[in-house]
Design a protein around this ligand. Structure first.
Ligand SMILES: [Zn+2]
Ligand SMILES: [Zn+2]
Length: 238
């Protein structure tokens, strides 16, 4: 994603090994808190050479490139497509990752077992953005405030997507239970403070479906998921 952002900002042209931006990105990538010591010990791991090669993959697989495309993996092709179709969004996502790295925020957040699902980490939210989003959702103060807001005036605590009510389904055990989800994708919100309106109360199933990664797709908002359910139950009725 970060190499793709460099290429886009360079007018979809590749960058060379000695370019300042390439050198800098190489250092940044090597500093990410997602690599094991074995990877870092490899001489060419995220080296300026390998970064430059990645920019060539991006540039030469773009539809406007006149020459022959280099061979590259599917994740890179998905990124090329995403940057072509949703340039502004992808540049913002790249910026959110860069900000997270330079602020040190990403280094202190532990891995989450849910951050990558069966589809791998090819959705727009890279692993680091996922980690950051889930860490924010676990903020106990924000959760409590959101739940208080949702129950304001004696309203029942229900999933905003499917109306599931834990208290109703599980009695005492489920009373007061709900999951709090970040509506605004992290790439869009960047490092700004989370507001209560950025959060939604959802049941465990809907929460999972909001986050489920799919190649080239960002997470679904509760509103989009509600629409999906409506369409799919409509389809089933026919
Ligand atoms: Zn639900
Ligand atoms: Zn969530």
């Amino acid at each position: 994603m970060l190499a793709g952002a460099l290429v886009v900002k360079n007018g979809w042209h590749e960058l060379r090994t000695h370019d300042h931006d390439v050198q800098e990105l190489s250092e940044l990538l090597r500093s990410l808190p997602i690599h094991g010591p074995e990877a870092l010990a490899l001489p060419n791991f995220r080296s300026p050479d390998s970064v430059s090669r990645k920019t060539t993959d991006f540039a030469s697989n773009h539809r406007l490139y006149a020459g022959k495309a280099t061979r590259c993996g599917k994740p890179t092709l998905l990124m090329v497509k995403a940057f072509t179709e949703r340039e502004a969004e992808m540049l913002q996502a790249a910026r959110a990752i860069e900000e997270g790295i330079s602020s040190g925020e990403l280094h202190s957040i532990p891995r989450d077992p849910d951050e990558v699902d069966a589809a791998g980490a090819t959705a727009i939210e890279g692993r680091l953005l996922v980690r950051r989003a889930l860490a924010r959702e676990r903020d106990p103060k924000l959760r409590a405030l959101k739940i208080k807001q949702a129950r304001h005036g004696g309203r029942p605590l229900r999933c905003e997507v499917c109306d599931f009510d834990f208290g109703h389904a599980y009695g005492d055990l489920g009373e007061g239970y709900i999951e709090v989800h970040h509506v605004t994708p992290l790439y869009a919100s960047g490092t700004r403070e989370t507001k209560l309106d950025d959060l939604a109360c959802v049941c465990a199933n809907c929460h999972r479906m909001c986050h489920r990664s799919r190649p080239g797709e960002s997470w679904r908002t509760p509103a989009a998921l509600r629409e999906l359910i409506r369409k799919s139950t409509q389809g089933a009725a026919h």
